[in-house]
Write a protein of this length. Structure first.
Ligand code: GAL
Length: 400
């Protein structure tokens, strides 16, 4: 009998270990990551400034929560006991002190590492040290781990990410687990129980629709990423998100393009991780990033990823079902000139077959709200008329 109970306990214990932390990202995570602007040029002052800016600029109030240090935070070698060490020049007070600072602002702190022997920028990776590293992150009070995929010769992605998930679970601190293997091994098919978000492509770059080659890999502009991965919406939902990569809002595209990029990331239910320098962001950039009406579409509790409803004459229309039978709808002007729309609601069957949700304009009159201009635009009982600038958006919420 004793043996029987021991076996049951053991099996139960193993089963418990083999789970990610649930309930951590029921809506897509909102935050900031250092990589897109700073690469490895990061330090304690910068992170503290960013945390201060979260509060001063209203980003915290808009829902942004995580401040994530990407590659380059470590010293080049582990210590004699095999522990990772924060770079003593960049982070003279260490990571625990920085975590305390960020937590004192009511925010959360994330770090980066890699499943391989070294990170992409050549710092010590976690391969073979997963449990030791997880315990260290927990002792530093880290809340989020981005886990990359460089230098992973002969590793299998699913197994490598499961090992780190189990290590985090055993360290007992709830940590959001962000999988970053660039979509190479189709993580949307296996990572639902492994991580809370997974990158779906290679790295983003700050352009509308370009692809920049770097030899063995490429970076992709906003629309390259969207078009590459528009068909995997069925795999996203509360607690497990398709991650379209850190945003490039404020990093050199036009304000109109930034609005479209932001609108699309919200429509796609992607994590909204800012990647710009918040210390000198323009008013227009901040206005886009703190738009609560737009963010609410991303954070809708149904967690349904939106999709392209139509694409004609350089006008893309995307839709996303929301809770309470509401809908988000985004018109994007892909052309180089201003466009005029005259949209007759009754002539379109708007619906989401996958989720069995349909906009019933024949029987119900919906109110139409413009989310960027914070204006009511009447109802679906009359045509929607508007002008949209080149590469700009009209983003709407329809409610009863
Ligand atoms: C890439 C990753 C980027 C960034 C970089 C750091 O693999 O996709 O987002 O983390 O590594 O070296």
């Amino acid at each position: 009998m004793k043996n029987y109970f021991l076996t049951v306990l053991l099996v139960f214990g193993l089963y418990c270990n083999a789970q990610k932390f649930e309930g951590l990202a029921q809506t897509p995570p909102l935050g900031w990551n250092s990589w897109n602007t700073f690469a490895t040029n990061i330090n304690e002052e910068l992170v503290k400034d960013i945390a201060d800016k979260f509060v001063e600029l209203g980003l915290k109030d808009a829902g942004y929560e995580y401040i994530v240090l990407d590659d380059g935070w470590m010293a080049k070698e582990r210590d004699t006991e095999g522990n990772l060490v924060a770079d003593p020049i960049k982070f003279p007070n260490g990571m625990k002190a920085l975590a305390n600072y960020i937590h004192s602002k009511g925010l959360k702190f994330g770090l980066y590492n890699c499943a391989g022997s070294k990170t992409c920028a050549g710092y010590p990776g976690s391969r073979g040290y997963e449990y030791q590293d997880a315990r260290l992150y927990a002792s530093w009070h880290i809340d989020y781990l981005k886990y990359d995929w460089c230098n992973t010769e002969k590793l299998k992605a699913e197994g490598a990410y499961i090992t780190m998930r189990d290590a985090l679970k055993e360290a007992k601190r709830p940590i959001v687990f962000s999988i970053c293997e660039w979509g190479d091994n189709e993580p949307w098919k296996w990572a639902k129980d492994v991580g809370h978000l997974w990158r779906v492509t290679g790295d983003i770059i700050n352009c509308w629709d370009c692809e920049i080659g770097h030899g063995s890999w490429s970076s992709f502009g906003v629309w390259k990423i969207i078009n590459m991965r528009k068909d995997i919406r069925t795999f996203a939902g509360p607690g497990h998100w398709n991650d379209f990569d850190m945003m490039e809002v404020g990093n050199g595209m036009t304000d109109a393009e930034d609005r479209s990029h932001f609108a699309m990331w919200t429509m796609l239910a992607s994590p909204l991780i800012m990647g710009n320098d918040l210390r000198n962001a323009s008013k227009e950039t901040i206005k886009t990033l703190v738009n609560k009406e737009v963010i609410a579409v991303n954070q809708d509790k149904l967690g349904i990823q939106g999709f392209r409803f139509s694409n004609e004459n350089n006008l893309e229309i995307w839709i996303k079902p929301l809770a309470n039978d509401e809908w988000a709808m985004t018109f994007v002007n892909m052309s180089d000139t201003i466009t005029t729309i005259n949209f007759n609601w009754n002539k379109h069957d708007i619906g989401d077959n996958l989720n069995n949700r349909f906009l019933n304009v024949k029987n119900i009159i919906y109110k139409v709200r413009d989310l960027y201009n914070h204006k009511d635009l009447g109802t679906t009982s009359r045509n929607l008329k508007a002008e949209i600038d080149s590469h700009d958006v009209l983003m709407l919420r329809l409610s009863k």
